[in-house]
Design a protein. Structure first.
Length: 295
């Protein structure tokens, strides 16, 4: 059971993140989960003893957490300690006494263009749910949207004649993302058909809704992505974010400028986008190894 004093300090920290720093609800939820995990095992000596933080990092390593996961969770705790020191809730700069785990590097899962096409065409065109899911899949890949951005999309942010969507991303930052003709056609058919029927008498700003006219949850999108990936015979693990990774990688492989891809993805730092340059390098080497007689 978490120390009540620690639990109270964490709640105060989360309020600061929301009110003073204006972080998004999703970001705050991630902080809450990471800090709750830390609090479960921290005990009562956390204000001045580095052992709880050291043990927290060690347990993540033993559990096989990826380097990036270790670094993120550790950063959440370190950020909390900074707040606790400023507020006089901690009496020692604990993070200064503990080495931070390195993020490490990993290459995200990316689908081939052929597998993407197979999944995007898997939902039936004659079924209302299939019509909706075809539009969802097309926007995930065609616009590189995060699943939270997709389910949070409102109708006034979709410009079908202008072939673009206005997306609210991390940190409540807005960006404009172009869409293709196929995305426009799928969205138009969905909005004029199933969505109009499902929301009749139940007005909602949400673009993507269920048959009862309610905004879709993120979990629903995760499930439908898995369903249609399985239906398409794609054996790799596929999540909504896989389409975003594939969107960025295929753009770079097609010659897109890195800064343009950064803007389309809504990355605050170019270093985040640069991960995909390493990925395309790996893919180039794979093709070379398969295709060149002297490889």
């Amino acid at each position: 059971m978490a120390d009540p004093a620690l639990a109270s300090a964490i709640e105060s920290f989360l309020v600061e993140l929301r009110v003073e720093r204006g972080l998004s609800p999703l970001t705050i939820s991630a902080y809450r989960r990471d800090l709750a995990q830390f609090a479960e095992q921290a005990g009562t000596n956390w204000p001045d003893d580095p052992a709880p933080l050291m043990d927290f990092v060690r347990r993540l390593q033993v559990a096989g957490a990826r380097g990036s996961t270790q670094a993120r969770k550790s950063a959440a705790v370190r950020s909390f300690y900074g707040f606790a020191l400023r507020e006089g809730l901690a009496t020692r700069d604990v993070p200064a006494l503990v080495d931070a785990p390195r993020p490490g590097s990993y290459l995200p899962d990316v689908l081939s263009p052929e597998d993407v096409a197979a999944i995007l065409d898997a939902p039936p065109e004659s079924d209302p749910m299939g019509i909706r899911d075809r539009a969802i899949l097309e926007l995930l890949y065609g616009c590189g949207l995060r699943v939270s951005e997709l389910v949070g999309l409102d109708t006034d942010r979709v410009d079908l004649p202008g072939l673009q969507v206005r997306v609210i991303g991390k940190g409540n930052k807005e960006r404009r993302v172009p869409m293709g003709e196929e995305a426009r056609e799928r969205l138009h058919r969905y909005r004029a058909g199933p969505r109009a029927e499902w929301t009749a008498g139940k007005p909602t700003p949400a673009v993507f809704v269920g048959s009862r006219g309610r905004r879709l949850a993120r979990e629903t999108v995760w499930r439908l992505v898995k369903r249609w990936a399985d239906a398409a015979g794609v054996t790799e693990r596929v999540t909504p974010h896989t389409f975003r990774h594939s969107f960025a990688t295929h753009l770079l492989e097609g010659g897109a400028d890195l800064r343009v891809v950064q803007a389309l993805l809504g990355h605050a730092s170019i270093s985040t986008t640069q991960l995909y340059t390493h990925l395309t390098g790996e893919r180039v080497r794979e093709v070379y190894s398969r295709a060149h007689p002297r490889a």
